[in-house]
Design a protein around this ligand. Sequence first.
Ligand code: SF4
Length: 259
Amino acid sequence: MARQRRPDDIRQGALFTGSRPRRPVVRPGRRAGTRRTPTPIRTPGKKIWLSATGIETHRRCPRCFWLQYNLRIYQPEGIVSRLANRFDGVIKRYFDLYRGTNELPPLVAGQVVGRLESPFQELYFATLNQRYGFKGKLDECLVRPDGRYTPVDHKTASSDPNTREIIPAYQFQLDSYAWLLGQNEKPTSGLGHLIYFYPAESQHLHQGFPMEVTIKTLTTKPTSVRPILEQAISLLEGPLPAPADDCPFCLYVEQVKRF
Ligand code: SF4
């Protein structure tokens, strides 16, 4: 579960859902190119590996993305939940019970096509140029009867995902996995699955805590991935971008610096 963002969900949610009151943003001299761009830290001969999580940071705030990849400066993590990570491990071990068999885990049988890849390759890499590459870590992969691969990502959710739209980060995640599979000579089915696990209501919690499972199947667009990665590389090679206007952290730093 890249869950991605799993542990970060709480932190990111607090940052980007507008849960904090907005204040007028005054950042004299903070637009791109108006300040000296620091020299990026580079290790000669070592590639910079972009990831779906990094690209999501790029979408949210190009400046944060630039600082992370060029200077290894990250936002402070704060208090995060490790519950989703724990879920990931439990679900993976459950799926592993069916790996190497012709059966699918009963939780998903009849809802997806194929068998679990066996042995399972979790990590994929693709070189973009001499300095950059892209890497991805799949939660699961199905192999269809025609030999085509379908990437799968597990998501721990708080409620039924049918009540909301698929967020762009999840679409990109599956697109990028499909692209990586293709780059590694594994033909893809054109589909990807998000398997959501979320708590269900029950009057019998003492008999076990029930979880609902919902599968969302998306059409993957691997051809959309390379242009997005090229855009991210151009940004990293350019000047330090301006901060996002709706992020409270840089605004906070800007304001406290005056005292
Ligand atoms: S505005 Fe500042 S703290 Fe907020 S995401 Fe961008 S660089 Fe990071």
